[in-house]
Design a protein around this ligand. Structure first.
Ligand SMILES: Cc1cc2nc3c(=O)[nH]c(=O)nc-3n(C[C@H](O)[C@H](O)[C@H](O)COP(=O)(O)OP(=O)(O)OC[C@H]3O[C@@H](n4cnc5c(N)ncnc54)[C@H](O)[C@@H]3O)c2cc1C
Length: 263
């Protein structure tokens, strides 16, 4: 069953990152989900299409023309409090293109959304010696949640790509963490920044997400081949793809997986 969300307030965290707080009468779907990268599939109905109630994506598929299906967008769900019925989502505001970004830029208290999920697959490995957390603004929420899960003295290297110093966000860090912001507008590059980190001794647990090409073609080969990490030590995937909508990004991921399984 989808979760009904109602906007209660919004907060501009940085010029490109907007936190939207929601409440819900029923967040029981989040009970027992311990992943720090827990995400929901937000459902955006198409304007002018009347859908049967309750809106159920699975039941709807095949019963209406594909172009009338609601648009689905994936977002990290932060601070879900099942008892209080509250959670937040930090949206990257990336211009006029797309559905979810513009929705979030205009969101006002009282606006509603449907969310399916949550899914999720990562929680910091308690047995790791140190943590590598890296990504762009789209992964900053999942990195925020991972940092909150670490012990107070954990050793971590955190790298986040943002536009410029004005776009740096505040993060609560464990005492052994070092945070580096990389600035796009100054020619900064996430792949180079991760490669430039001093590599620490011991077993690393890596969480790296963001723009697909940088992450999958730049950082993944570095971690798996050059650093020789085991796949179990690495949570890595694209969260979006430059120049593609989420639908086009899903096709890109499928093509990449097919090409890799063929080699
Ligand atoms: C598991 C998971 C968790 C995610 N969590 C978050 C999250 O918490 N916050 C968040 O903001 N995003 C998150 N994302 C990424 C988000 O799903 C995509 O950015 C999505 O494409 C946004 O949808 P849209 O409707 O705004 O834009 P779309 O219609 O999908 O795309 C329109 C255009 O905008 C561009 N675009 C999309 N995203 C960005 C971006 N971040 N920066 C610059 N240009 C972009 C596309 O390349 C395209 O050209 C997550 C993705 C995954 C898979």
């Amino acid at each position: 069953m989808a979760t009904h969300l109602i906007v209660t307030s919004t907060e501009q965290l940085t010029p490109r990152l907007r936190r939207v707080w929601f409440r819900s009468n029923d967040l029981s779907a989040f009970d027992g989900n311990a992943s720090t990268d827990r995400y929901v599939k937000l459902v955006f109905p198409k304007a002018g299409v009347v859908y049967p109630e309750p809106l159920d994506m699975k039941a709807l598929r095949g019963t209406i023309p594909p172009e009338d299906m609601p648009v689905v967008r994936t977002y990290t769900a932060l601070f879900p409090d099942v008892a209080a019925g509250t959670l937040a989502i930090d949206f990257v505001i990336h211009g006029d293109e797309g559905i979810a970004g513009p929705w979030a830029a205009a969101a006002q208290p009282g606006d509603t959304l449907l969310a399916n999920g949550p899914g999720g697959g990562y929680r910091p490995d308690a047995d790791a010696d140190w943590y590598l957390l890296a990504g762009d603004e789209s992964a900053a929420p999942a990195i925020t949640a991972a940092l909150a899960d670490l012990p107070a003295e954990a050793v971590a290297r955190v790298v986040i790509l943002v536009d410029s110093p004005e776009h740096e966000l505040e993060l609560e860090l464990p005492s052994g963490a070092v945070l580096t912001f990389v600035h796009r507008e100054a020619g900064g590059d996430l792949v180079e920044a991760v490669r430039a980190l001093d590599w620490l001794d011991g077993r690393v647990d890596a969480f790296v997400h963001g723009e697909g090409n940088a992450v999958m073609h730049g950082i993944r080969p570095y971690l798996l081949r050059e650093r020789g990490l085991d796949r179990k030590q690495v949570s890595i995937s694209g969260y979006w793809r430059q120049g593609r909508t989420e639908e086009g990004f899903r096709d890109w991921k499928s093509e990449l997986a097919a090409a890799e399984s063929a080699t």
